[in-house]
Write a protein that binds this ligand. Structure first.
Ligand SMILES: Nc1nc2c(ncn2[C@@H]2O[C@H](COP(=O)(O)OP(=O)(O)O)[C@@H](O)[C@H]2O)c(=O)[nH]1
Ligand SMILES: [Mg+2]
Length: 302
């Protein structure tokens, strides 16, 4: 028997927990498929650390993630990388580059690298990523590194689920202005000025200090200079975690998933038609979308 349609989830979980990267890969495919809930229901409770790495294209995110994986392995941790790739026409090439960069880790059983590219499918990335994280937590990865391109709203939303969210920028004012505009500085728990081997890194650090109150680090990801300091800063942030911060992240995640579910609700089209032709109003339709057909009798939101 083969193919995910016939896969026994319990068997796959046993194999994946025993260290089979193939089984882990199959399970990750299943959480992106209509069998997502079946997998989620088979998992016990588990928590893990999720480090978000985001920033503009070309800032050095993948290089940084590769160096972080090496750093975590040196510290004896099992690491999973989820690379969220937006559906750009260049994604094929970029992914290939990332795979080559990650090549030193491909034979390491304690490293799992996976790209998530299911935009538009089953609620898209915003729905796929939390499920993948839950699975990887259950498979006992100590740390999950989530690489997202900090351009679209959904990528920023995904990044805000991680803790900390590390925003990677480059020397020069352009990145800082762009990051501020995209809302990236707001989600940053740590700011990294990568390519610090280039001119202007110190000036960029000074500029960022006036914009953001979070720790700012310099990094040369291509040589690994600054990686131990980055991992230490990430750990310090995680040690300072509180139940309130965990709840706030959970709240953001629930709202994000709820929004995804509502956006892809099968009743949305008919409700929109009834509001458009005047037979209903948007208030009643919104209640009906959330609470179901009985909701209209509840009266207006107060
Ligand atoms: N000079 C320099 N180049 C770097 C550094 N880190 C990454 N790069 C280069 O920047 C380019 C983009 O890196 P990549 O990791 O693919 O960026 P991403 O698009 O943010 O994932 C590649 O050519 C890297 O080799 C660095 O610290 N210094
Ligand atoms: Mg990349």
């Amino acid at each position: 028997m083969s193919g995910s349609g016939t896969a026994n989830i319990a068997d796959l979980l046993t194999a994946a927990r025993g260290g089979s990267p193939r089984a882990a890969g199959r399970l990750l495919s299943l959480v992106e498929s209509p069998r997502r809930n079946e997998v989620l229901e088979a998992l016990g409770p588990a928590t893990t650390r999720v480090v978000g790495v985001t920033g503009p294209p070309g800032a050095g995110k993948s290089t940084t993630v590769g160096a972080m994986v090496a750093g975590y392995r040196a510290r004896g941790l099992r690491v999973a990388v989820l690379a969220v790739d937006p559906s750009s026409p260049y994604s094929g090439g970029a992914l290939l580059g990332d795979r080559i960069r990650m090549a030193e880790h491909v034979h390491d059983r304690d490293v799992l690298i996976r790209s998530v590219a299911s935009r538009g499918h089953l609620g898209g990335l915003a729905a796929a990523v939390p499920a993948a994280i839950r699975l990887l937590a259950a498979l006992a990865y100590d740390v999950i590194v989530l690489e997202t391109v900090g351009v679209g709203q959904s990528e920023i939303e995904i990044a805000s689920v991680a803790d900390p969210t590390v925003v990677i920028l480059n020397p020069g004012g352009g990145d800082t202005v762009q990051a501020a505009k995209a809302g990236l500085l707001e989600v940053a728990d740590l700011l990294v000025v990568n390519k610090a081997d280039r001119e202007g890194a110190d000036q960029t650090v000074r500029d960022l200090r006036t914009e953001a109150k979070v720790p700012i680090l310099k990094l040369v990801a291509s040589t690994g200079a600054g990686i131990p300091e980055l991992l230490d800063a990430i750990e310090a942030h995680q040690r300072a975690d509180t139940p309130e911060r965990r709840s706030a992240r959970a709240r953001a995640q629930i709202l994000s998933l709820a929004h995804t579910l509502l956006r892809t609700h099968p009743g949305l089209g008919d409700l929109a038609d009834s509001v458009a032709d005047g037979s209903s109003d948007a208030y009643a339709a919104a209640e009906q979308l959330i609470f179901g057909a009985g909701a209209v009798s509840r009266g207006p939101v107060s």
